[in-house]
Write a protein that binds this ligand. Structure first.
Ligand code: PEP
Ligand code: CO
Length: 448
């Protein structure tokens, strides 16, 4: 790849409207980032690629989830712990249903950059740049806050590092020890008005799983270490190429370039142009890379993008995350599967981003039933075309927010705790309910 470098994306067009004033401030921030240590390692990245290659072949299932926009202010113990807990509990439900290892990939430790549908926001006759996430600018509606600030590149890196440090410490010290899923903080289940039948289902699944793990371990087939760690990988939208490229280095062992800011970056639906800066940057790194596939994408373009990002058709490398909208899956998904037949892709469904509606009260929301409908229909279409759907991508939080509708939240509840910095997220109960519905739905296909 002689014509690629970590900065060869410069000068290529980007559909993202936020950018920096070139100059000493930006250079200083990038220089600092380039010298700070990696957040993840190449062996973890390779491990995730291996997991994805197995998920591609139906041997694992991928659960990706977290905030739409992570904020620096939310880099706090209870918020991070609650997010890990809900991902862990959902994964347990899915392990139980699919009888497959579940790969947990958080939208965290770097999900600070947001593409927006509009470059500016107008309030009471005043127009300012939009809020592009804490990696770029600040949410307050003042000219100063909305200025794109290079200092935030370093600040975001530091918060990603703090988040990841805490996650690693929890995982290393038995958080979610898989020997005892029945102890996975059952008190947590009391929260969020979880109905008793759901609680009972969860209790049964976790006890059965604990017994199964102890049984397999007693057979001596696997090492304790392989069973006890509940691994988490990180992911975020690789929107800010200054951030991503400053953390991109050549690995001494393999000679390959890795983006060390995260295990799995993805390219958003707005910035996936074949000749654009993002495809140029991401084609050169060895990380697994996701691409969001929205309704305006055409299958021939996706084929070209796949070729650009994974020219050697390596397993576990390319993740296509479809977000077509519940009511359009049957019409829009088959042509993609047809055009990419035979290409090594991990297909994941994001049932969130094309099911967003605005209520009369002005809230951006999503209904749990529509979300589930996109999942259900995506499984059916993949099955009918002989393809395999290997994962799900959610926007969720472990807290009791009121942002999505259904599973206990009605329209009049939306204002109660609408805390998102961007899109509406599933709350704790909604996430767990969806995991059970999903588990029930896919149980058969995974067992046959
Ligand atoms: C997102 O994942 O928050 C997002 C903006 O998605 P998309 O690029 O699919 O619109
Ligand atoms: Co979002």
């Amino acid at each position: 790849m002689s014509d690629w470098s970590p900065t060869s994306w410069k000068g290529k067009p980007s559909a993202h409207p936020a950018d920096y004033v070139e100059g000493p401030e930006l250079d200083r921030a990038k220089d600092k980032l380039a010298n700070l240590p990696p957040l993840v390692t190449s062996w973890e990245i390779e491990q995730l690629k291996q997991h994805f290659s197995e998920a591609q072949r139906g041997r694992r299932f991928v659960l990706q989830g977290g905030d739409c926009a992570e904020t620096l202010a939310d880099c706090r113990e209870p918020i991070i712990t609650n997010k890990l807990k809900i991902l862990l509990q959902m994964s347990l439900v899915l392990v139980h249903a699919t009888r497959r290892p579940v790969v947990r990939v958080g939208r965290f430790a770097g999900q600070y950059a947001k593409p927006r549908s509009s470059a500016t926001e107008t309030k009471d006759g005043v127009t300012l740049p939009s809020y592009f996430g804490d990696l770029y600018n600040r949410p307050e509606f003042t000219p100063d806050a909305r200025k794109v600030d290079p200092e935030l590149l370093v600040s975001a890196y530091e918060h990603a590092a703090l988040t990841l440090n805490f996650i690693r410490a929890l995982v290393d010290h038995g958080f979610g020890d898989l020997h005892h899923p029945e102890y996975w903080d059952m008190s947590f289940l009391e929260r969020g008005g979880l109905p008793s039948d759901l609680r009972a289902q969860y209790g049964r699944a976790s006890v059965e799983l604990g017994e199964a793990i102890r049984f397999v371990e007693a057979l001596g087939e696997r090492t304790v270490e392989q069973f006890t760690r509940a691994e988490f990988y990180t992911s975020h939208e690789g929107l800010n190429l200054h951030y991503e490229s400053s953390q991109t280095r050549k690995d001494a062992h393999t000679g390959a370039f890795y983006d060390f800011s995260t295990h799995m970056p993805w390219i958003g639906d707005r910035t996936r142009a074949l000749d654009g800066a993002h495809v140029e940057f991401f084609r050169g790194i060895a990380n697994p890379v996701g691409v969001k596939v929205g309704p305006s994408m055409n299958p021939a373009d996706l084929k070209e993008i796949a070729r650009a990002l994974n020219p050697r058709d390596l397993p576990g490398k390319l993740v296509c995350i479809t977000r077509l909208g519940a009511d359009h899956v049957e019409e829009l998904l088959p042509p993609f599967l047809e055009a990419l037949r035979g290409v090594r892709i991990l297909w994941v469904v994001d049932p969130m981003h094309s099911n967003t509606v605005k209520t009369q009260g002005g809230y951006k929301t999503r209904h749990v039933d529509q979300i589930f409908s996109e999942i259900e229909r995506s499984f059916a279409v993949h099955k009918a075309s002989g393809s395999w759907l290997g994962g799900i991508h959610f926007e969720l939080t472990g807290d009791d927010v009121t942002e999505c509708l259904g599973a206990g939240i009605a329209e009049e509840d939306l204002s109660r705790n609408n805390a998102t910095a961007c899109d509406p997220r599933l709350n704790y109960r909604q996430s767990l309910e969806l995991a059970f519905r999903l588990g029930g739905h896919i149980r058969e296909s995974f067992r046959s």
